[in-house]
Design a protein around this ligand. Structure first.
Ligand SMILES: [Zn+2]
Ligand SMILES: [Zn+2]
Ligand SMILES: [Zn+2]
Length: 170
């Protein structure tokens, strides 16, 4: 489990100023299809409410800018200070132009995209990606050929790159 569960998420939606709208920053799973290692479309979210909450690393009151939750640790593996190794950094795992096994040019990836949204109690809001595939901050978790069973998974933590044990996600 991440630092926030559903109950802690709801608790972080109260600010001493009385504000009830929060800017939420999170890392969530995104599917993307590629052609010759370039994005073939915009990609799509692949997450549920629990994963959305699990990836949260900051919540800020939109009225007074006070953070009601903040962590500098990696949201995926909790490596201390690991967030800085994810935000603004290029993905360590990259997709090949062609499948190394069957030379197919169509490859699918799942990655971690940083996203923000406006949330208020009972309304988690719709996340907007801050970085897409190929941009700093987006990290590829796994790559798979669309035509054969070739696949590759990021070594260590797909988000911060550290070798520590990955925690169980909801
Ligand atoms: Zn406030
Ligand atoms: Zn990590
Ligand atoms: Zn293949």
């Amino acid at each position: 489990m991440g630092y926030l569960d559903e109950a802690a998420f709801e608790r972080a939606m109260t600010c001493s100023c009385g504000g009830t709208t929060f800017e939420v920053s999170t890392y969530i799973d995104r599917h993307q299809s590629l052609m010759l290692a370039d994005a073939n479309d915009e990609g799509r979210w692949a997450h549920d409410g629990e994963k959305f909450i699990d990836g949260i690393y900051r919540m800020v009151c939109t009225s007074c800018r006070t953070p009601t939750f903040e962590s500098a640790d990696c949201p995926r593996c909790h490596h201390a200070g690991g967030l800085a190794d994810a935000i603004g950094q290029m993905s360590r795992l990259v997709a090949p132009k062609r499948c190394p096994s069957c030379s197919n040019t169509e490859i699918s990836i799942v990655g971690f995209a940083p996203a923000t949204c406006k949330a208020s109690p009972g309304q988690p809001g719709k996340p907007t990606p801050v970085a897409l595939y190929g941009e700093p901050g987006f990290h590829v978790i796994a790559v798979a050929c669309d035509a054969c069973d070739w696949a590759q998974v990021a070594e260590g933590c797909p988000l911060c790159g550290h070798a520590g044990k990955l925690r169980v996600r909801p």
